[in-house]
Design a protein around this ligand. Structure first.
Ligand code: NAP
Length: 313
């Protein structure tokens, strides 16, 4: 039984992590930290949680002292470092999975996107950075054809407002979002840099937030240096993802609803212009699941040598 602690458990991704961990019989959630909900049963937020599990307000040292086999950090960007430092000082063998962007650019951490970058490298890993939600969808669109690209991949992304977390902002304000679509971070978004780094190809990415709660669509515009017919394009994706349990290929264009509340991603659409040098591929997924909690549990399970899909699919 792998004991797991969850830091930032009352957030959107924390709630999904509680649900997934509660469905596994080889992992046990041993603590769930929240300052705002301290003292309340975790089942008040996620009905699947054990009745005796309470939210606790815990600082970095408290968390390190609990000695869990693994700790998942589901904190806002920029908050992980004190927790990592405390765990490294007190219990350096702990498996750490960080959902924020804080270690996605750090080579001493393993970036965990199993379908693209492999499962072997996650075995025994103790420092795992979990990819961003848009970054997962975008890389799933680009990776199988990255060697054909003639220039930057251009990605248009739309997310539900749960992607903006629970701290109030204009990007999760349902009044500001009503009948609206908000483009933001027009250049230089964190996930643009993340995709560029891990794909080894320049990505230009513009995110948008929409009035629905969950789900992401990324539409990738890809210019090729050599001809690529629709059959070749589709063949690349079939070869890359054919055996992947969480990735479904679709001839029809994936939409937000195809990804919402599903553990994996839908990739497809396969449109190629008439001279075969330009294609568009679409990915839909749930930002809170394959874009966050599902991927974190896949990564943790692979690191610990456990079943990758238990509790997930
Ligand atoms: N939402 C998504 O779609 C998504 C997808 C992929 C990755 N991520 C990443 O996952 C992380 C969590 O995202 P989220 O959407 O779940 O965030 P969230 O809903 O805003 O939740 C953040 C959690 O962190 C806790 N927290 C906030 N500030 C803290 C601090 N200074 N110290 C300790 N705890 C603090 C909050 O609980 P208390 O305030 O009660 O302590 C809450 O449980 C972020 O880094 C985000 O970038 C999110």
């Amino acid at each position: 039984m792998l004991t797991v602690g969850l830091v930032g458990a009352r957030g959107h991704t924390g709630k999904e992590l509680v649900a997934i961990l509660s469905r596994r019989d080889d992992m046990r959630l041993v603590f769930a930290s929240s300052r705002a909900m301290a003292g309340e049963p975790v089942s008040n937020l996620a009905a699947q949680a054990r009745g005796d599990l309470m939210f606790e307000a815990m600082g970095p040292e408290d968390i390190a002292a609990r000695g869990a086999d693994a700790v998942i950090l589901a904190l806002p960007n920029g908050e992980a470092a004190p927790y990592v430092a405390a765990i490294e000082a007190a219990a350096p063998g702990t498996i750490l999975v960080d959902l924020s962007a804080d270690y996605r650019f750090d080579d001493s951490w393993t970036y965990g996107l199993p379908e693209l970058y492999g499962r072997e490298r996650l075995k025994g890993a103790t420092r795992i950075s979990n990819p961003g939600c848009y970054a997962t969808a975008g890389q799933l669109c680009v990776h199988p054809v990255r060697d054909l690209l003639a220039g930057p991949a251009h990605l248009f992304g739309v997310s539900g407002y749960s992607g903006a977390g629970t701290t109030p902002s204009r990007k999760n304000d349902v009044e500001a979002l009503k009948d609206n679509l908000m483009p933001y971070s027009l250049t230089g978004h964190m996930h643009e840099r993340e995709m560029t780094r891990h794909l080894g190809r320049t990505v230009c990415f513009t995110p948008h937030v929409a009035p629905f709660f969950r789900g992401i669509v990324v539409t990738a515009q890809l210019k090729f240096s050599s001809q690529c017919s629709r059959e070749m394009l589709k063949g690349r994706f079939e070869k890359a993802y054919g055996g992947q349990r969480l990735i479904r290929l679709s001839d029809t264009i994936p939409e937000i609803r195809d990804g919402q509340n599903t553990p994996g991603a839908v990739v497809g659409g396969w449109s190629v212009d008439k001279n075969d040098f330009y294609a568009v591929v679409v990915c839909a997924l749930d930002n809170l699941l394959k874009g966050a909690a599902v991927q974190a549990v896949q990564n943790l399970a692979l690191a610990a040598g456990l079943d990758e899909f238990s509790g997930i699919a």
